[in-house]
Design a protein around this ligand. Sequence first.
Ligand code: 8YV
Length: 332
Amino acid sequence: MKQAILVTRATFPEVLEKLRGAFEVTDNQRDVLWTQAELIARLQGKTGAVTHGSDKIDAALLDACPELRAVCNVGVGYNNIDVAACTARGVLVTNTPDVLTETTADFGFALLMATARRIAESDRYVRARQWDKTGVYDMLLGADIHGSTLGIFGMGRIGQAIARRGAHGFNMRVIYHNRSRLSADIERECKAGYVDKESLFRQADHLIVVVPYSPSSHHAIGGAELRLMKNSATLINIARGGVIDDGALAQALLDGTIAAAGLDVFEGEPNVRPDLLDIPNVVLTPHIGSASIRTRQAMALLAADNLAAICNSTGKPAPLTAVNAELLQQTE
Ligand code: 8YV
């Protein structure tokens, strides 16, 4: 008999078909945002789940779903999952690294350029039928990208891919801060120099945040850090809501502490602070960093393959990208 699994958000037909070949699938093709109680109700009796950043997988949910063996998250970040609670209950967790690196780096750059060159504001100006009424020659002036200093906060795979774009494509001086310094070889290849956190904030003309969310990165950027930045600086968040204190950021945009921000992720998303919605010099996107067709397909397929490798394995489970790989060693 096929095992029962849950796919929590809408997915590609070919991924669903593949899953249906191997499992009894409950899906959510209408992409309804379930409450926590609805998620738990649908997960009960399932041995596996393809989850997404919007699903909170915590100890209470795991206790209510004792059959669960695999949580296969579509996303490289997994701060929505209490991994320790999963490990304690023998539940394997997987994520989708690598397949989204270049697409997310492209997006980080797109958001940086849209923000620094005021593309969203310019679009609103044209749509408001203002162009033939007021001159724009000395309006909508932005900040240069080429030749400026690009700061990267969090230098994992995506941070490194952004550094390469900045250094090699736009002739930028690239500086970064990370928990640990990268090897000299990687620094050379990315043309990126390590600086302490304060210098990063002080020196960057454009600062991109790509650090994973954890309790230790909560509000890593608040009023104090924003005040270190140049008044002309651009701040981009493609990491997670909560790494930046959005309230402090809204204030910094209103009082001119920094020039502009581009935000793909928000504290409490999908709800966005109402004051941010009214500030012109902020570009807002709905968490679409990895959202190219090819990459989202690759992410969904990787999650499906991980699920099959855990739930359908006859011998030892062999997920491709396990987060709590220590569970695999325990069963050796
Ligand atoms: C996902 C992301 O789209 O990979 C991540 O960590 O934030 C995005 O690529 C998001 O997690 C939705 O599941």
